[in-house]
Design a protein around this ligand. Structure first.
Ligand SMILES: *Cc1c(COP(=O)(O)O)cnc(C)c1O
Length: 375
């Protein structure tokens, strides 16, 4: 079928109708060393990493679709680095935390995290189509609980109901789109009943890892259950903008659902200006707004994927002025301990004196800006 990566077809035994069926994709996700070794030529680091992941730590899951985006011969493939465990996951480095955002301490009701006065984050499930090796919630995803029932989420919903200052509910996980359409619709309708919640954000990586999930039926169900839903997705590399992924984004946008993207800055995946430029341009071309470029959280076992803070700032300085404003995300550090997100970036103010500020443009011109006289 069109757009399907070549390496997935060789020697395959599945039908095209299976490939396009999200449940088939989810059920056939590769979860062990043997499965990965059959699909890719693993190197020693990946083999050791996969064996270790199976025994302890963050489980393995890669959908056949996402596996087919991997270069079968190159361990440095940016898709492979995101989903195939490595030996380095066993290495602890300074600053590593199991729960880097202090979410356990900020849990105000079961499965509900509050860090800001006006918004909350609901963990609706622990399941994902693909377990990203850099996951900030590796401590809890894939622990076997699966989708939380409405009854299990009711204390969280009651808490939101009792807090009129909450205007924004982020439905996250795990990946809530791994839940059935009926379950997603019931949850959104329940949130819709809470009058002071102005809008919902549905945080899902399925457009990237399981684009078959974004069916017209799902889009319609989301729209009908809560018409003020924003979709927050998570593309990290231009290779992920396949024909299937672009179709998924088009379906969401055509259904009237705004789409925002959060990219995590990852060493050896997207920490160079050309990759980010291609990614952000491609996203806007798919009607997806690059929202945040996130400095990696210091999650245990991810030191090999992290960049120094200065790298993100350099990359933003390169992109500023060269990329449309609508394609340029904010660079964010989510502070360890869960004290909130901090925007960082190049400093464009060179000096301020006597009401005159000297600004530096993206070309390096210095321009004076005069403040109005103070009365
Ligand atoms: C990131 C996050 C938010 C949302 O932050 P925004 O800057 O509004 O996108 C809200 N709650 C929690 C717990 C978060 O981690």
């Amino acid at each position: 079928m069109p757009g399907q990566p070549q390496n997935s077809r060789e020697g395959s035994r599945f039908r095209d109708s299976d490939w396009c069926d999200w449940r088939w994709q989810a059920q056939h996700a590769v979860t062990d060393l043997q499965g990965l070794d059959d699909a890719l030529t693993l190197n020693e680091s990946e083999r050791v990493g996969a064996a270790r992941a199976m025994a302890a730590g963050l489980p393995i899951s890669v959908t056949p679709y996402y596996l087919a985006l991997c270069d079968p011969l190159d361990p440095d493939c940016p898709i492979r680095r995101q989903c195939i465990p490595r030996l380095e996951e066993a290495i602890a480095i300074r600053g590593d935390l199991r729960d880097p955002l202090g979410e356990q301490a900020h849990e105000v009701a079961p499965h509900l995290i509050q860090r800001y006065p006006d918004r909350v984050l609901l963990i609706a499930t622990d399941r994902c189509g693909v377990y990203c090796r850099f996951c900030t919630r590796s401590r809890l995803v894939g622990d076997g609980g699966g989708a939380r029932s409405m009854a299990a989420l009711e204390p969280a919903l009651a808490w939101i109901e009792a807090h009129p200052e909450v205007h924004d509910v982020i439905v996250s996980g795990g990946d809530p789109c791994l839940m059935s359409t009926g379950r997603i619709a019931r949850l959104l309708r329940r949130i819709r009943e809470i009058e002071h919640v102005d809008y919902v954000r549905l945080a899902t990586r399925t457009p990237v890892t399981l684009p078959q999930r974004i069916t017209d039926e799902l889009c319609t169900a989301i729209r009908e259950s809560h018409e003020r839903t924003w979709v927050m997705t998570h593309f990290n590399h231009p290779k992920e903008l396949s024909e299937e992924a672009r179709t998924a984004c088009a379906r969401l946008a055509d259904a009237g659902l705004p789409i925002m993207n959060q990219t995590v800055l990852l060493r050896g995946v997207n920490d160079d200006p050309q990759t980010l430029e291609a990614l952000f341009r491609g996203l806007v071309g798919s009607r997806v707004r690059p929202y945040y470029l996130l400095q990696m959280d210091p999650v245990s076992g991810t030191g090999h994927l992290r960049t120094p803070l200065r790298r993100g700032i350099e990359l933003m300085a390169f992109l500023q002025g060269r990329l449309s404003g609508i394609a340029l995300p904010k660079l964010i550090v989510d502070t360890p301990g869960g004290l909130g997100k901090v925007p960082i970036g190049p400093n464009y103010i060179r000096s301020t004196r006597d009401g005159v500020t000297v600004l530096e443009t993206f070309r390096g011109d210095l321009v004076q800006y005069y403040d109005p006289a103070e009365n």
